[in-house]
Design a protein around this ligand. Structure first.
Ligand code: GCB
Length: 621
């Protein structure tokens, strides 16, 4: 009997996981699905917690219930009899018994599939599942993905049948080797908590496209790169409505690029102008495939630094922002358009234009809605605290998550900064790890800034982190007046430092339990938090190299490290309660500060005279 048929064999195999790691669902297979038609697999899935990972050890997914003679075997699972959980949702909020569950879980459901066109490929797509996910279809291993917050997909064309059973194992254990590692200041939600869907694709299709304004200071060139799923030779047609662009692009070996002269209206918070972009691929006569066509709405803007300033479309900008976690009192890490739009309304009420999406990639809808709403974004990978920086596999995981995020969002004008980490001590292994990540981000995206939220050098009381040499913008987290009660260190820190680059204060703040009152010296009160914010903004606004601020944090959020009488399982540094409605007084301190910091960049659209006439759209340089 082959091992796969013996449902008991795995219990003696210490290395049982190896076979699931042979096919990785990583960035190399990731497909840009923006604007494509999808068929949702959301809904109720059967689920069982599987603490000992028996599904993978004993090959439950093969559904081997009878031996060759038809005898029923004593298998330990029963798909249909299992309880039904909602997908997408973190399992923790589905049932009280699962609240602190951090183990393996098994999900399963069935679906029907009938091909619609000849040669059609079928893609199975997950927008986010935590942390290590192994996917099986009709008894076959499809592959394994690592990372809790980035999308992954698999081409299941060769495994799909009219009637299908999909089995997904999710391993949400924390580990020092994972990203995030085992100690974080947020809740470790598990399971399939973002959308799952099918996408039908022609045999030859556009796997990825990257369309942006050339970051050359002239605002007059659009760059486009396209990649097909196979090394075809043919052509593609790029159309941009509203600019009159119809540009033919030669595709060779599956790749094509164009440099197009154009003068789009520039995207900005005040004018979030998006253009309808479409690309049609003609894979050449040799291939009998339906022509693939993708569509997207894309904004064109330039983000740069000059000395200690950040320039949006050539004009100095102060990033009036705040941090936000993806954590909702009822839905946890699952989100929807309305939650995102409300977050943006709250930001705008505070006179803000910028959000730090901490500390991992948020749902893909965020950047799409931010594009429409004119909100600038900092997006981050979970290289958080004491990562095992000298482990090559941890690095490979970090780089993969970064690349998946960049590939997902690099057509979004709203995203202006890739953050490669948060509060990591300045050691040699960390420098090697994170400088490589910074270089990677630059290599695959020339149209954004790279940053990280760094620690202050407390010994020197200085902004001096060796990673800064690899960053465009230095992010700093400082908690003067809270973790370090000596607020006077903040002005000293600024006076002691000459970073030579723009600095973003990525975090400051302190906890306040909603409704808790007291003197300005009583911790946990709204009064103390308000005073702390007043002190902070007075100091921050005088520092010439501070180019923006994102205090910690917009809403209170769940955190299993926080159990004093005011916290009760939540980090209470929000300016708005966990109910996402009730404002604390410090909210209005930021509102006032940001009203003062509004910079008029309406003149950002003044285009240098010498390029005004250069508006032909029909040629490639
Ligand atoms: C930090 C971390 C953030 C925490 C915050 C806090 O420095 O970056 O993840 O939640 O402080 O509240 O302590």
């Amino acid at each position: 009997m082959e091992k796969a048929d013996n449902f008991l064999a795995g219990i003696h195999d210490a290395d049982y996981e190896a076979e699931y790691l042979q096919t990785r669902l990583d960035v190399s297979g990731l497909i840009n699905i923006m604007g494509r038609e999808t068929e949702s697999l959301n809904g109720k899935w059967n689920f069982a917690p599987d603490l000992y990972d028996t599904c993978r050890r004993s090959h439950w997914f093969k559904d081997y219930r009878f031996d060759a003679n038809g005898n029923e075997l004593p298998v330990d699972y029963d798909w249909e009899a299992w309880e039904r959980l909602t997908v997408p949702a973190p399992w923790n909020l589905e049932k009280p018994e699962l609240y602190y569950f951090e183990g393996h879980g098994v999900y399963t459901r069935t679906f029907r599939y009938i091909p619609k066109t000849k040669g059609e490929r079928l893609l199975l797509r997950f927008e986010g599942a935590a942390y290590r996910t192994t996917v099986f279809l009709n008894g076959k291993i499809i592959g394994t993905h690592d990372g809790a917050s980035t999308p992954f997909n698999a081409d299941i064309s060769d495994a799909v049948l009219p009637d299908n059973r999909i089995v997904v194992t999710a391993d949400a254990r924390r580990s020092p080797f994972r990203l995030p590692m085992d100690n974080t200041d947020w809740f470790n939600y598990g399971g399939i908590y973002r959308d799952v869907y099918l996408v039908r694709l022609p045999q030859i299709f556009i796997k990825d496209w990257f369309v942006r304004l050339a970051p050359d200071g002239t605002f007059s060139t659009i760059l486009a790169d396209i990649t097909a799923n196979a090394p075809v030779n043919g052509k593609a047609l790029l159309e941009i409505q509203g600019l009159g662009i119809k540009q033919e692009i030669t595709v060779q070996n599956g790749k094509g690029e164009a440099k197009i002269s154009a003068r789009p209206e520039l995207w900005s918070p005040e004018n979030p102008r998006l253009y309808d972009v479409s690309i049609t691929l003609d894979p050449g006569g040799a291939v009998d495939s339906v022509r693939d066509r993708v569509q997207d709405s894309i904004g064109f803007r330039e983000i740069k630094t000059k000395g200690q300033e950040i320039l949006l479309n050539g004009k100095k900008i102060f990033l009036r922002g705040i941090c936000v976690h993806e954590d909702h009192f009822a839905l946890g890490k699952t989100t929807n358009d309305e939650i995102i739009r409300q977050t943006i309304r709250d930001l705008k009420e505070m006179n803000g234009i910028y959000l730090r999406l901490a500390h991992y990639p948020h749902d893909a809808r965020f950047a799409r809605i931010a594009d429409e709403e004119g909100v600038l974004l900092w997006e981050e990978v979970p290289v958080y605290w004491a990562v095992v920086f000298d482990n090559p596999r941890t690095y490979a995981d970090a780089e993969n998550q970064l690349c998946e995020l960049i590939m997902r969002d690099r057509n979004r004008a709203s995203v202006i900064i890739w953050s490669i980490g948060n509060e990591n001590a300045d050691t040699d292994p960390r420098l090697a790890f994170m400088s490589k990540l910074a270089q990677k981000a630059k290599a695959i995206d020339d149209s954004r800034l790279v940053s990280a939220a760094c620690l202050v050098n407390q010994e020197k009381l200085q902004i001096s982190d060796r990673l800064a040499d690899f960053l465009d913008v230095i992010g700093i987290n400082e908690y003067y007046g809270w973790y370090d009660p000596d607020f006077e260190k903040l002005p000293k820190l600024f006076a002691n430092s000459s970073p030579g680059k723009p600095v973003l204060i990525c975090e400051f703040g302190g906890d306040a339990r909603l409704g808790q009152r007291g003197s300005v010296d009583d911790l946990w009160t709204e009064d103390k938090q308000k005073r702390l914010y007043e002190q902070q903004v007075e100091t921050l606004k005088k520092c010439p190299y501070v180019a923006g601020t994102t205090p910690w944090i917009l809403y209170d959020f769940r955190c299993p490290r926080r159990f004093n009488r005011y916290q009760e399982g939540f980090n209470r540094k929000g300016l708005i309660d966990a109910d996402r409605k009730t404002r604390k007084p410090a909210f209005f301190v930021m509102q006032k500060f940001y009203a003062e910091m509004k910079i008029d960049y309406s003149s950002a659209f003044d285009i240098p005279k010498n390029i005004i006439n250069n508006t032909t759209h029909d040629r490639t340089f």
